[in-house]
Design a protein around this ligand. Structure first.
Ligand code: SF4
Length: 469
């Protein structure tokens, strides 16, 4: 995106504040273009005017160009389950944010028995890990054609489509790919892969079935030339696979190719290769060694390329020791560094509290909140937990920065009507907010007790401090 401020976008808008876009003002709409929650095409008057007036059409095209991400965005799948890959604007996360988390696809193959296929698909579907207020999940299936038989592949792809997740269809054989696409092209799978030897057939398939296509080549000049050919022929949704080699010099070369692609796309502004990048950590399974070693190395490769700069990856291992680090790392890399992760402020009852239960307070920084909430819940401590809006900052920082104040604590207590829920007037504040004890007492008229520094010690603290003497 070449424009960085709402004011720059505003200049291109009708400036009538008509509200048809769902926002009260054009400036508010402009701000949402910058944060990528809307597109210029979501302004109906602008579209209507552009249809009538070539000058406005030119202006609209210019705005679309200026607000498009540096790396093209590709959609795989359809409906609610569709995922976006690519669409990035920066090399380093801290320069703004990354937008579309690396998509994780897990392989299944068409020579599996029905039972094996069902078990493996179910594992992918059912995996979820609760982390900082969100369920971390896996994105879809990479269905490999190992039979080399179009009808076998067609039938298995159809079964996998029944699970409703996005798919990558993996076959270099155009006949097998055609059979699969005849069955599931409506699901908008990503096809994998057009190479130096089969690209003509794959170009026809991508155009005929209107599906995104992966181009695969180790030589970046060849990869670029394939991308230009596909683009000029009218294929807009392209993914680039610069070939993943798992070890030694091969891995070094893979790393360099991935970095080179992303830098050339963003810093070099080369639109011919500004497409999402695919990396295949599953290549670790081609190495010597036992299954644990291969799964371990696949996870290492996945972690490396989540950080730099894979937009979509194919994996095999569904062991928890592979999945947990990968989904957690991805979550952390793709959170927006401009906005702390936060939860709704308010009052949370824990373990069915009553009027004698203690009242705790914490901040709405998600990591702090979920730590405290989980410590109280896992120890089954009947209590009331007040969650203060500190703009997503932790206790120590918000006390120092003025987001955790006695005045705001009083407001929260009034809003949540905590006084009517308990028959005592004792508030327990975090140890890290001890210096606010007197001020909160003065402001609220409650007795303030200083709890432990670490919410994991609340249980022990209550043994000597609750009920109050
Ligand atoms: S629809 Fe367009 S003109 Fe109307 S408020 Fe939104 S941005 Fe402004």
């Amino acid at each position: 995106m070449k424009v960085k401020s709402p004011l720059e976008v505003y200049k291109f808008l009708p400036q009538t504040n008509c509200g048809e876009c769902g926002f009260d003002t054009c400036m508010s709409f402009a701000a949402h273009i910058i944060d990528r929650s809307v597109k210029p095409e979501n302004c109906p008057p602008l579209i209507k005017d552009a249809e009538k007036d070539p000058k406005i059409k030119k202006k609209l095209d210019q705005l679309i160009e200026l607000t498009s991400p540096e790396v093209a965005e590709v959609v795989v799948g359809k409906g609610d389950m569709a995922i976006k890959i690519g669409g990035e604007d920066v090399i380093h996360r801290h320069e703004m944010t990354y937008f579309n988390p690396t998509a994780f696809f897990y392989d299944v193959w068409d020579t599996m028995s029905d039972k094996e296929l069902e078990e493996r698909c179910s594992k992918v579907i059912e995996f979820k890990k609760f982390y900082v207020g969100k369920f971390l999940t896996l994105d879809g299936f990479a269905v490999r054609c190992t039979s080399n038989d179009p009808e076998t592949y067609r039938s298995v792809v159809k079964k996998v489509a029944g699970y409703g997740k996005p798919m990558i269809l993996v076959s270099l054989n155009p006949d097998c790919m055609r059979a699969a696409l005849e069955e599931v092209s409506e699901e908008k799978p990503l096809i994998y892969a057009a190479t130096e030897s089969n690209w003509r057939d794959f170009l026809k398939l991508a155009l005929e079935f209107k599906v995104p296509v992966t181009l695969r080549a180790k030589d970046l000049d060849l990869l670029k030339s394939l991308a230009v050919t596909f683009k000029n022929a009218g294929v807009e949704e392209i993914v680039l696979d610069p070939v993943t080699e798992p070890l030694g010099e091969g891995l070094k070369g893979t790393y360099e190719r991935v970095i080179n692609l992303r830098r050339t796309a963003i810093q070099g502004e080369d639109k011919d290769i500004a497409f999402p990048i695919m990396v295949t950590p599953i290549a670790a399974w081609l190495m010597e060694g036992d299954e644990v070693e291969k799964g371990y190395w696949e996870t290492v490769l996945g972690s490396l390329f989540v950080v730099k700069y894979a937009d979509v990856m194919i994996f095999r291992s569904l062991e928890p020791y592979s999945l947990l680090p990968l989904v957690t790392l991805r979550f952390n890399i793709y959170t927006d560094p401009r906005t702390p992760v936060q939860v709704e402020p308010g009052l949370r009852p824990i373990a069915d509290p009553d009027e004698d239960s203690p009242v705790f307070i914490t901040t709405n920084f998600a990591l702090t909140y979920y730590t405290v909430e989980s410590d109280l819940t896992s120890a089954n401590i009947k209590s009331w937990l007040l969650v203060l809006n500190t703009e997503g900052l932790g206790v120590e920082v918000s006390v120092a920065g003025g987001q955790f104040t006695a005045g705001k604590v009083k407001e929260l207590m009034e809003e949540t009507k905590i006084e009517g829920k308990v028959k005592h007037k004792i508030l327990v504040i975090p140890g890290l907010a001890a210096r606010l004890q007197g001020a909160i007492e003065d402001e609220t008229g409650w007795t303030v007790k200083v709890g432990p520094m670490d919410s994991g010690r609340i249980k022990g603290w209550l043994e000597t401090n609750w009920p109050p003497k």
